[in-house]
Design a protein. Sequence first.
Length: 309
Amino acid sequence: MTKNILRYVLALILFSKCGSDNDVIPIDKEPDLENPSNGVYSIPIVVHILHNDEPLGEGGNLSEARILKQIESLNNDYRKRQGTNGFNDHPDGTDAKVEFVLASQTPEGKQSNGIVRINMLDVDNPMESNSTFDYCAYYSYWNPEEYLNIWTVPYLELTDVFLGLGTGPETDLPGKDALAKGEPFQAEGVIINAGHFGESSLSTTYNLGRTLTHEVGHYLGLLHPWGLGDCDFNDYCADTPKVNVPVTSCTPAIGCDGEEIQVQNYMNWSPDDCMNMFTNDQAFRMHYVLENSPRRKTLLSSKGLQEPL
């Protein structure tokens, strides 16, 4: 227990390490979309289920039904689907036009359902002292140029202590130094505590699967609305009211300019049940990353989106 907690505390410190970046890169138009159908980006994902030899569907060895429900929830959030928890009627809320698809084939071209299960007890992992991303990637890691790697880790004892982590993209966007680095610094993708992956009956305010929505936002270049804690340079999105402290509640509050903050924004640390929006500027930022960033733009033509020959 102590070693696991230490590893995740170190990971959280790494994730929180920030620099400064005050140069603004203007995004004055919607980027041209390369692969989308009906103007929607499709991203292939692989979910690596790391478990401690639990039976299928128990503990960290999450059931396929729960995984599929989480991906459905993720798409509801990014597509602002009416009749779901991801819908909002906020004037600045938008359909982010990003969808996530479980990979149809492996990097070797074999048929896949986009789910990999690894019994951690069968593997002697030498990456214990490395970053949490490298540690997880040692068990299983698909080409990050073609897949969004998502790992679930079986540390249910850390529920509400460790929720998730996400690496940011390689980009020229302002605020990039506030995001965790990916390749070549460390393996890249998203890590989620199995207890916070998908909907669960756990007694926590983070039990509806919004941790993945949030961390994928970082993977696509979004910052927390409070950025580096500076009212002038926060998340570089003009339609998210300025705030300089973490937002952790659903209770309405006033930000830097006397404007009510967006407690419902997915990039806050608000409880899952009040999160339901990305803004137009946040969507533009994600689209810019998908069109320009290495290991993001290549996802759009990944063979993982296609059935194997």
